[in-house]
Every structure is written in structure tokens, then in C-alpha cells.
Write a protein that binds this ligand. Structure first.
Ligand code: FE2
Length: 382
């Protein structure tokens, strides 16, 4: 190890052309500036994933590494793992990462650890022969998030200046990850607030107790099934939880009426998407969700409400809510009928595909339900 560390700090070559050094340094400084600028532009909803991906790509490019990855560190279990695509939202495809001698050293010292091998070893990322690798700890005030690991087939020339630059990049990345972590906490608090608003609707509407959270559950799962990005899933989750918030404005007697509803009653209940949009108006950051909520009762054939939008004029997310909202309505007992069984639910979606529902989305939704029959929750299970 000592030998490797010496290698890092003692390789200044006085024979190297000074012009080359200056041009390399100015390139590094401008790339560092571009790096910092890029960080400012990340949208908050994707900050964790973007920060990691961008840092990996940036370092790979400037130092010509062949491969790079982020090894997450789980402090509670003292374990390392590498995550797949959905880094920030949920851990879907994480694989354990077995620490080696170098990683252990980097973890204990929290220093950047670079090594050149005389004989090639098999890379941990590429699984191909490599000649050098580097571990870069990402830590914020001793709180370790993980390590960036880069590998190269060639003997890479990394000197002490490069190590200084990598340290700056690492501390910027750690700062951004810390921000992302705090933001996730704020989002969790925000969802708690939303849930209390949802309880306010459900106190009034006894027949749909748990409806919003079940619709949200179906929506999030289906959104994952069709590989929507994280920011869209978040937005769908909030919209699903709040889609019936407008029912707060509908009298208790009407929502819980046991007799058949008159046309006047129906027309009044049909005002709830607009009322929902109106209730959320003061919350500027829910602009997109307000639109999704307004249109969750539109129909693909244009006979829905409130705006009789047709086909792709209906927001994509509202078309998803139309499916998940109907699923919950069919899968739960109502005062005027019993819950439908799975086979009849599927038949209903097939029948209404292209009229009530977007036919492409309905096809995927049926596929989703057939593969995940167990996701359907009954009224009394929530
Ligand atoms: Fe609704």
C-alpha cells in the first residue's frame, strides 16, 4: 500500500513538455467548472441519481477510465452494494459488493486510493483484465455514502494534482447527495401532510374508505411496470392520493346516499375534479398534479368530464388514473353491488378499452394485472 501511495505523489516528470502540462491543467480546470455548473441545474426530483451518474461519466471522460460505478455503503449493516437503474426511489436490483483490501483501506482512511497492477487482475465492474483502479470515498462530514470505483485496462497516469481535483469533485458530490437525502425527508413529510388531507376526504365518504391509498398503490406499481421515470411516478403518486380531494366540497348526505342517484346528484358529484383542482390552487408546486386531477374522469372517446377531452388530449397521467381508479371501484363492494371478481374485472377493462380507456394503456394494464393478480386489495384489507 505504501508503495502505491508513493506512486501517487512522486511522479512529476521534469522531462514532460511544460506546454502539455499547462494545456492539460487548463482543460481540467474548465472541466471542473463545467462540472460545478452542471450540478446547479439538476432538478431536485432526480438529484440523487443524476449526481451519481453525471459524476461517473465526468470522471470517466476526463481520466479515460474504461468503467466506473458507485458502490453504496449501508452504515447500519456495514455492507456495500451496487444499485441498478432506479437509484433514488426504491432498491429494485441491488447486488452485494464484496469489499477487497483496497476498499477496506479506503474505507478506514477515507482517502482516495489509486493502484496500478504489475500483472493484470480481473476488474470488479468489467470482469475483464485491468491494470489500474481507483476508489474515491464519497463522505459528508465523516458520513460515508459510498465509493466511486473506476477501472482501466491501461496503466493510467494519475498524479497528486489529479488526486486534488478528484477530491474536489468527491466533496461536491457528497454535498449534493446530502442535499438529496434532506430533500427525501422533506418529501416524506410532505406525503404525510397529503395523507392527512386524504383522511379528511375519507371521513366524509365512508364507502370509499382507503380508496385513495389503494389507487395510489395500484398507480405506483403500474408506473413501475411500464418503466416510467421516478419524477413521473412521484407526481402520479401524489395525484392518485389527491384525485378525489374535491369530494370535500360535496355534501355528506349526497356522498353517502343509499338510494339511486338522480341526474342532479350525478351532476353535482361530477364537479369534484374541478373542485379538487380549485382546492389545490394555492399550492403552486402542484401545478402539474392539479391538471392530472382535473382530468381523471375524462374518457378516451371524449364523453367524460369535466372538459370532454378526447384521446391524447387527456394528460397521460390522468389516463393512468382512470384505469387505477376504476380498478379499485370494481374490486370493492359498493352500496348497489358486490365487488367484481378478477375475471370480470379483466373483461370489463377489455370491453372499455378504446371507449373509456386509452387502448394502449389498457392493454399494458391488463398485462400488469394478469402478472400481478395478488396486487388487488380488497376493501377490508387496507
Ligand atoms: Fe374521482
Amino acid at each position: 500500500m505504501e508503495k502505491d501511495q508513493k506512486q501517487i505523489i512522486s511522479d512529476f516528470d521534469f522531462n514532460t513538455d511544460l506546454g502539455d502540462i499547462i494545456s492539460k491543467k487548463s482543460h481540467l480546470i474548465s472541466s471542473l467548472y463545467a462540472f460545478a455548473k452542471k450540478f446547479e441545474n439538476f432538478t431536485y426530483s432526480n438529484i440523487y441519481k443524476d449526481t451519481i451518474n453525471f459524476t461517473i461519466e465526468h470522471i470517466k471522460k476526463i481520466y479515460e477510465f474504461d468503467e466506473g460505478t458507485f458502490i453504496n455503503y449501508n452504515n447500519e449493516e456495514d455492507q456495500f452494494f451496487i444499485q441498478g437503474k432506479e437509484i433514488a426511489y426504491k432498491i429494485y436490483d441491488s447486488t452485494p459488493f464484496k469489499p477487497d483490501e483496497m476498499l477496506n483501506f479506503a474505507k478506514n482512511s477515507l482517502t482516495i486510493t489509486f493502484k496500478i497492477f504489475n500483472e493484470k487482475i480481473i476488474g470488479k465492474i468489467s470482469k475483464k483484465p485491468i491494470s489500474s483502479h481507483i476508489y474515491i470515498p464519497i463522505a459528508y462530514q465523516k458520513e460515508l455514502f459510498g465509493f466511486l470505483l473506476f477501472e482501466s485496462e491501461k496503466h493510467l497516469d494519475i498524479n497528486s494534482d489529479d488526486i486534488s481535483i478528484l477530491s474536489i469533485i468527491a466533496s461536491q458530490m457528497a454535498f449534493a447527495l446530502k442535499n438529496a437525502q434532506l430533500l427525501e425527508k422533506i418529501e416524506a413529510n410532505f406525503l404525510d401532510t397529503i395523507n392527512s388531507l386524504v383522511s379528511a376526504i375519507e371521513i366524509k365518504d365512508t364507502y370509499t374508505k382507503g380508496h385513495s391509498s389503494r389507487v395510489s398503490f395500484y398507480t405506483v406499481n403500474f408506473a413501475f411496470f411500464i418503466n416510467l421515470p421516478k419524477y413521473q411516478i412521484k407526481s402520479l403518486e401524489i395525484s392518485a392520493l389527491l384525485h378525489d380531494i374535491g369530494k370535500i366540497g360535496i355534501p355528506y348526505e349526497l356522498l353517502n346516499k343509499k338510494e339511486e342517484l338522480s341526474t342532479i346528484d350525478f351532476n353535482f358529484i361530477r364537479k369534484h375534479p374541478e373542485m379538487g383542482e380549485h382546492i389545490l390552487e394555492p399550492l403552486e408546486f402542484l401545478l402539474k398534479e392539479r391538471r392530472i386531477i382535473r382530468h381523471h374522469h375524462e374518457r378516451w372517446d371524449g364523453y367524460g368530464y369535466p372538459d370532454k377531452l378526447k384521446g391524447e388530449d387527456i394528460p397521460f397521467e390522468s389516463r393512468i388514473l382512470a384505469l387505477t381508479d376504476s380498478l379499485d371501484a370494481m374490486a370493492t363492494d359498493r352500496p348497489y353491488r358486490k365487488a367484481l371478481d378478477f375475471r370480470n374485472i379483466i373483461l370489463e377493462f377489455k370491453k372499455c378499452s378504446g371507449t373509456q380507456f386509452d387502448p394502449h394503456l389498457a392493454k399494458s394494464f391488463i398485462e400488469f394485472l394478469e402478472k400481478n393478480q395478488q396486487v388487488i386489495r380488497r376493501h377490508n384489507e387496507t
